[in-house]
Design a protein around this ligand. Structure first.
Ligand code: NAI
Length: 735
């Protein structure tokens, strides 16, 4: 079936519409590119009488979403090189058409979808939120190689193109207009008119300067600065970013476009063979999967918990890009009614206000409740601050920010919550407080309101027992900062009804988060794995290692933030509460490190207090805090070097991740790795702790853990799953 169609308007203007059959998205696979190639060849013939060409899409939210990544994932280097040559050839033919061309963009024009637009003379875009124009390839370990690295610097200038390509940016239409990436904005229904107007400008005057002065500026200033910035940001772990930089710099140093295209092709073919690229592509597919997972009733597990199992978590084939599956919507009449359900958030602290802001930014109405007017006001202030920074970085327009703020209603006193679809409790991490809140909700909520808690580690099942409606209680564990972290753990308690689990899952998907289904167990999945790492970092600090060495060891490993800095972000008091819950649950291997209560007593609570392991300046700059070091007992012996620090912290995470799988906290290794990358930023290029274990081999991990169990403490003893795998020479993943 054809993936595109062309119609000719009266005056020889052709409109080519991408419309992939039976799909909500357009993508470029070999078949589509071949069709496009044939169509462009036809239009180029004088006898066709074409005088202009408009490219557009028939889809609701997507122009062209880029290359067929599933196909790319399985390509040999030769096949990849051929695929790249095909795309480059077709797009170059578009660029060389003897009449003007314009892309009329509504929806995502990303990756190859953006590159086909760059091959046109002009670009007009709709202002809708779904319209994004950009090149995210480096985030997937690839580079734009259908002309993106060649045409973007020629269109915008080298520094601007580098910002977009190295950052994997996909700006909104308005931002793209400011950058010069699109030439005009018009409402969707007037896009074709705007495109016709753009065609009147004729061919694009190619103004890119290749003068030797320009090259000298690039060589002398831009190149060294960009190389330095890339190294500082990636620690050398993301070869695609480095390759993209070199291709752009070299490719734009002369006017020879063909030579630049060849560089693109060679670089991407090489990148596709790297483990880091394979891991980033796998994570991309895990994200796509999370957008579509569903929960359906299953027989109860041995311990009575309705375990998520392979059958329950199915990808819905052919489902829309990010929309919940049609099947799921049918099962959930209530959420199917409105786009984003009405919510109440109880607790207006760091998390409550973050959650409320996020939901309101997604169109949901939120009642924000706390114990008194001052605390509600502080939460509202925090929300206003988040909108203000979203305005500054162009996430929102003025109007969107104002409308978003208006959707949050402050509630300093008890209000009825009968018409609320979902209550999210985000009060302090104390079981007693949470139980009182849940008991109180019995009288306030409607007949099918979901009762969700954002607890970090407390038992959902125990909390549910405090209400008259344990079936309606579910964990919805967001991560901090809410507006940046995409993961939400949907925690299914013993009594949680499957319908509630499904609605909670769907709610997370509706508000644009990526859910993972986890069993109710202390710390759930992410905190369970993260806590041993954080407490070990605390213990290493207490034993004499420096803040700088501990955090630098993990930054070098590929974490986005060091563990002590992370404790500061979470708050030493919150970390202490969570550590205490987990230490009580796993007393054989987890202890609350002395440093946490000491930090709390000394009021070194972290960033919210202006000081913790670090001291925070007015602009948020952080310097190691001497006060924290002064709390330590006298040092015994030499602290470990950075390599050993890294091993001690990383291997505890690997061991605990293997245990979570062993205990069925989640179903698959992919769930563990996905949640750790999305919830903690665990080195994405390594693919997550279990992928990392596979890359090292279970035998090597077990040998190191056994050594550490002898030298550093019995909490390092490798778990049964890892030992069995080491003996049998097995991996977590089959491929
Ligand atoms: P926070 O201390 O910033 O905020 C807690 C808020 O709850 C305070 O404003 C307090 O006045 C309010 N509160 C206390 N009792 C209340 C009651 N009876 N009714 C209404 N409000 C009440 O704490 P934070 O960090 O926002 O944590 C909230 C929850 O989210 C905790 O369960 C925590 O474990 C969890 N969480 C925290 C994360 C973090 O990084 N801080 C990450 C993920 C979850």
């Amino acid at each position: 079936m054809p993936n595109l169609r062309t119609e000719t308007l009266e005056d020889g203007i052709c409109v080519l519409t991408f419309d992939r059959p039976d799909s909500s998205a357009n993508i470029f696979d070999t078949a589509t590119l071949a069709e496009l190639d044939a169509e462009i060849d036809r239009l180029a013939k004088p006898e066709t009488g074409a005088k202009g060409l408009i490219l557009t899409s028939a889809k609701a939210t997507i122009f062209v979403a880029g290359a067929d990544l599933r196909g790319v994932q399985t390509m040999s280097p030769e096949q990849m090189s051929d695929f790249m040559t095909l795309g480059q050839t077709v797009f170059s033919k578009i660029a060389a058409l003897p009449f003007p061309t314009v892309a009329a963009i509504h929806g995502a024009a990303v990756g190859g979808g953006c590159e086909v637009c760059l091959a046109c003379d002009w670009r007009v875009a709709s202002p809708d939120a779904c319209t994004k124009v950009g090149l995210p390839e480096t985030k997937l370990g690839l580079i734009p190689a259908w002309g993106g690295c060649t045409r973007l610097p020629r269109l915008l200038s080298v520094p601007r193109a580098l910002d977009i390509i190295l950052g994997g940016q996909t700006p909104s239409a308005r931002h793209a207009l400011k950058l010069g990436l699109v030439d005009d904005i018009a409402p969707r229904e007037h896009l074709i008119h705007a495109a016709l107007a753009a065609l009147k400008h004729g061919k694009h005057p190619n103004s890119f300067a290749h003068s030797s002065t320009m090259n000298a500026v690039v060589d002398a200033f831009i190149a060294p600065q960009a190389r330095h910035a890339v190294m500082a940001k990636t620690h050398g772990h993301y070869p695609a970013v480095q390759k993209a930089l070199e291709v752009v710099l070299k490719g734009s140093s002369s006017s020879d476009e063909a030579a630049s295209l060849k560089l693109e092709r060679e670089a991407i073919t090489e990148l596709l063979t790297l483990d880091s690229t394979k891991n980033l592509l796998r994570l991309f597919f895990l994200q796509e999967r999370a957008k579509k997972i569903t929960f359906a009733a299953q027989p109860q597990g041995r311990d009575g918990t309705p375990l998520p199992s392979a059958g329950e978590r199915s990808e819905v084939a052919g489902a829309a890009e990010s929309a919940p599956s049609p099947a799921a919507a049918l099962r959930s009449p209530r959420t199917a009614r409105s786009a984003v359900p009405t919510c109440a958030v109880i607790g207006a602290g760091v998390m409550g206000s973050g959650v409320a802001q996020w939901i309101s930014s997604r169109g949901g109405r939120v009642i924000l409740r706390d114990v008194d007017a001052a605390r509600v006001a502080a939460g509202m202030g925090n929300i206003a601050g988040l909108y203000a920074s979203g305005l500054r970085n162009r996430t929102f327009t003025e109007r969107e920010a104002r409308d978003g703020r208006d959707r949050v209603s402050p509630a300093p006193a008890e209000v009825p919550l009968r018409n609320v679809d979902i209550v999210i409790e985000a009060a302090v991490e104390k079981m007693g407080v949470k139980k009182t809140i849940f008991r109180g909700l019995d009288e306030l909520v409607g007949d099918d309101t979901i009762l969700a808690t954002n607890t970090s580690a407390l038992s959902i099942t125990e909390l549910a027992a405090a209400t008259k409606h344990p079936r309606r209680v579910v964990g919805l564990h967001f991560f901090n900062p809410v507006h940046r972290m995409q993961l939400v753990e949907v925690v299914v308690g013993r009594d949680t009804a499957p319908e509630i689990a499904q609605r909670a899952l769907q709610f997370a998907q509706r508000i644009g988060k990526l859910p993972v289904l986890v069993k109710d167990s202390p710390g759930f999945l992410v905190n369970r794995i993260l806590l041993p790492y954080l407490t070990e970092a605390g213990a290493l600090f207490w034993g004499g290692a420096s803040i700088k060495d501990i955090d630098a060891a993990m930054l070098d490993f590929g974490m986005p933030m060091g563990p002590l800095r992370l404790i500061d972000e979470v708050g030493a008091d919150v970390a202490l509460d969570v550590a205490a819950t987990l230490a009580a649950a796993f007393p054989n291997r987890l202890h609350v490190p002395d440093v946490l209560p000491a930090m709390v007593s000394a009021e070194l609570l972290g960033r919210k207090a202006g000081k913790g392991f670090y001291r925070y300046g007015k602009k948020g700059e952080a310097k190691p805090n001497k006060e924290a070091a002064q709390l330590r007992p006298p040092r015994l012996g030499r602290p470990p070097g950075r390599d050993e620090l890294e091993k001690r912290m990383v291997l505890l995470m690997v061991n605990e991740a293997a245990r979570c799988l062993e205990e069925g906290i989640v179903e698959t290794p992919g769930d563990v790795d996905f949640a750790m990358v999305m919830g903690t930023g665990f080195a994405p290029f390594l693919g997550g702790p279990l992928r990392y274990s596979d890359s090292q081999s279970a035998a090597k991990i077990v040998a190191e853990l056994s050594r550490l169990a002898d030298e550093a403490g019995p909490h390092y003893a490798p778990c049964a799953r890892l030992r069995e795998m080491a003996e049998a020479g097995k991996c977590f993943y089959e491929n």
